[in-house]
Design a binder for this molecule. Structure first.
Ligand code: UDP
Length: 319
């Protein structure tokens, strides 16, 4: 790492995770170049950074050639649609940014001699047959199902990243991100956290898919971003899971949101989407051992902040 003011490029920097990563990097003294084509990103997520001389936003689709003048020390590739509704509505863009976008950003890393970190996903494990999921598990993915466009693009992205590492000697990292929540999630991205919170705040029924017995494990965004920063600064080239292992059923999660929001919504059951994973929980022993990282945010406290965020959007007429 350079003596002072390293330069970081964040693709998808106007998205949910990307914008929080920009904030953390700036707080660590990095100069940040944020690339986003605003397909699912939103300028509202970075409006508080406008006018800073250590922050630059460039509207760009990273599946096309990327031109960033001057030295670059780190590249964080976070651009991608990232919710099951997005995969249905934007299947080709999802495949392209995971495949072509990863190729272009790795090319930039190679040209600049920059360290490269890929935002991969728990979806590489598909509907897992091993539980919880350690990094050594190869997964159970349906390549031609509705989620295949995301899962296979991220699996390709991991393969491409390792090929650039082994063949071109690029200094790479891979984080496998598990379900994460917090302020700046898109209210209508269909994911369970914004869906349930906005439903209760608007007095609508909570839509639980299937029986609600499927499980997920939710990590607060500041914990996740701290883990990713620790990985970026580590020497670890192999994939590392980052997430919160405290697991619960979707039905229990719906009841918790009702309880925390204080609403009177009913719970209604809707069909389970195709290939919806039945269980998910990160095995984070590697992150603990290699990075000395573990999540610290309590679920109720993290959800309270997230509910406040969506309440504010509702007050401003943005939901
Ligand atoms: N889910 C639900 N109701 C909703 C949205 C999602 O019951 O309105 C369920 C979904 O079927 C899945 C879990 O919540 O089992 C998490 O879904 P999400 O879309 O947040 O992401 P995933 O973890 O499936 O990628």
């Amino acid at each position: 790492m350079p003596e002072s003011n390293p330069v970081s490029v964040v693709t998808g920097g106007a998205g949910f995770l990307g914008s929080h990563l920009c904030d953390l990097l700036l707080s660590k003294g990095h100069r940040v170049v944020c690339l986003d084509n605003l397909l699912t990103g939103n300028l509202m997520n970075i409006e508080h950074l406008e006018g800073r001389d250590d922050f630059q936003f460039i509207k760009h689709n990273v599946t096309e050639y990327i031109d960033v003048p001057g030295p670059v020390d780190f590249i964080f590739h976070f651009a991608s649609p990232a919710s099951p509704i997005d995969y249905l509505e934007l299947p080709i863009q999802t495949l392209k940014v995971g495949a072509l976008g990863t190729h272009k950003t790795l090319g930039l890393a190679r040209a600049k001699g920059a360290r490269f970190l890929l935002a991969s996903t728990s979806e590489v494990y598909g509907d897992p047959l091993v539980h919880p999921q350690p990094e050594s598990y190869w997964g159970n993915v349906n390549p031609i199902g509705p989620r295949g466009v995301y899962d296979e693009a991220k699996r390709f992205a991991e393969a491409m990243t390792m090929a650039y590492h082994r063949f071109h000697g690029v200094d790479t990292r891979i984080v496998r991100i598990f379900n994460t929540y917090g302020p700046r999630m898109r209210p209508r991205d269909g994911r369970v956290v914004p869906a349930f919170i906005t439903q209760v705040l608007k007095g609508e029924p909570l839509t639980v898919f299937g029986t609600g017995r499927q499980t997920r494990s939710f990590c607060y965004v500041s914990d996740l971003i701290a883990g990713i920063y620790a990985l970026a600064m580590s020497d670890c080239h192999d994939p590392v899971n980052i997430g919160n292992p405290s697991e619960m059923t979707v039905l229990d999660f719906a009841k918790k949101i009702l309880d925390l929001c204080g609403g009177s919504s009913q719970i209604v059951f809707k069909p389970l989407p195709e290939d919806d994973p039945k269980v998910r929980q990160p095995d984070i022993r590697k992150a603990r051992a290699v990075l000395g990282w573990q999540p610290v945010m309590d679920l109720d406290a993290g959800l309270a902040r997230t509910i406040d965020y969506f309440r504010a959007l509702l007050t401003r007429g943005l939901i």
